[in-house]
Structures are given as structure tokens and as C-alpha cells.
Design a protein around this ligand. Sequence first.
Ligand code: PAF
Length: 282
Amino acid sequence: MKVVKTIQEVRDYVVAWRKAGLSVGLVPTMGYLHEGHQSLIRKSVEQNDRTVVSVFVNPIQFGPNEDLEAYPRDLNRDMKAVEEAGGDLIFNPEPEEMYRGHFTSFIDTTETTELLCGAVRPVHFRGVCTVVGKLFNIVQPDRAYFGQKDAQQLATIRRFVRDLNFPVEIVPCPIVREADGLAKSSRNTYLNVEERKAALILSQSLKKGKSAIEQGERDAQRVIDIIRKNLETEPMARIDYVEVVDFENIQRVAEIKGETLVAIAVYIGKTRLIDNFIVDVK
Ligand code: PAF
């Protein structure tokens, strides 16, 4: 397993692999890898001859008052995690390598980014799509792997890949959870012991919403109410949003039918956590 810092080095590896007729998978990450990321790497290793993992805390997807500086970074830890999961190459550029000089070109999406996290993080998805588009151009993978935990990100990337004809297959991967249900996230490291306990309210509340749907509830507002009511039982939780949207366009629905995303964002102390589930109601 190798670590490279420059775009040219990644390209040299990929050109050699291509010459040898090998397929390439890409797992874009911001590092501080956990089992969720490792599940994406393992999937890529299963489906491709070579797997590139990018480790890059992308400055342009953070707003001015967000956690860019505090975001956890540990390349040695990431190297072990990638090695363990079977990845071949880490691309770990400095911001200056990715954004040279006067950078003025962006991938900007509409519709899928209007609600949920897009409504409260105005520059976020433009930054995500731009860096992911750049990574696609740098690595030119056959397939790229994204977790369903960031469901709006997944829907948005799928959309721009389709709209802009990027020749890459987007492979969605399920949420990986701790034994007690908390969705794995690099941001979980911000939680103290009390907050970690309180954070369980996210998955517990979603479970209640999901079981209502499984029992036949189709009214989106009633599912939102069930989830909100449960979240409100936790004094340390501050709701950012609870939304029910169609997974394709990320637009609100009144009735639950087809592929529907139920998504929440909740502050536990100063840490903003997201979680969701997707149902496909025929
Ligand atoms: O999901 C993430 O970690 C990031 O948004 C991504 C896709 C690596 C882009 O920086």
C-alpha cells in the first residue's frame, strides 16, 4: 500500500494499471477512517483490481463557522485502516495541490441540494461536488463508493454524474453502525461520554419512524411528528431538521411511496450528527 501526495503520482499509477488491463475503484474520504469507510474500501476491493482511497479534508465544503480546523486528522491511523481493508493507494494531497492559484470553477447542483443539509450549509454541496468531480478526473475510476449515511450527498453525486456524463459507476453502500445503533462518523470523536449516550436518541427515534411505516403509516407528517416527539425526550438533543423526501430528487413528499428518504440532523452539544433510513414503498 502506497501513499502519494501529487496528482501526477496518482495518474502515473492509474496509467500503469490501465496498461495492464486492471479496473480501478475510488473511495473518496476526508480521513480519520472508521469501519464505515473500511466497508466502502472492502466493497471496492471486491469489485475492482485496484482501489484508490483519497484522504483529503476538503476546505471548500466547510462554511466559515464550521469545523474545518477541528476536523480530526491522523494519516498513520488511516494508512493502517486502508491496509487492513485491502486498499492499494492513498492519495493525500495538500490543499495547494488540489486548489492551485486563483481557483474559480465549481460544480454547482440544484434541486437535490435545496433541503436538508443544503438548506443550512450553503457552500457544502458545491464544495463536495467540485472535489469529487476533480477526484473523478484525477483518478478516472471505473467505480466510486459512497455511504448511504450521507444520503443527500449520494443523491447529489449520482445526479451530477448523470447530468454531466462522468464515466463512473456510483456504488452506494449501507450505513455502518456501532453495536448500540449510533451511525459511525468521524465526528463521533467530538462527543464526550454523556453526549455519546445522548446521541443514541438519533437511531432510536428513526427506528420508531421506520416501524410506523412498516406498520402501514404513509403520512409523511405523522412520521416526522413521531420522530420529533421522540428526539424531544432527550434534553441534550437540539433538532436541526427532520425531513421525509423522495430519494431521487430530495424534495418533500406528503405521502410515503416509492424510494423515500427519512433524514434527520440533530445537535448533541456542539456536535451536529446526521442519520437516516430509506424505505421503498410499493
Ligand atoms: O463524505 C465525505 O467524506 C466527503 O464529503 C467527500 C465525499 C470525501 C468529499 O470531500
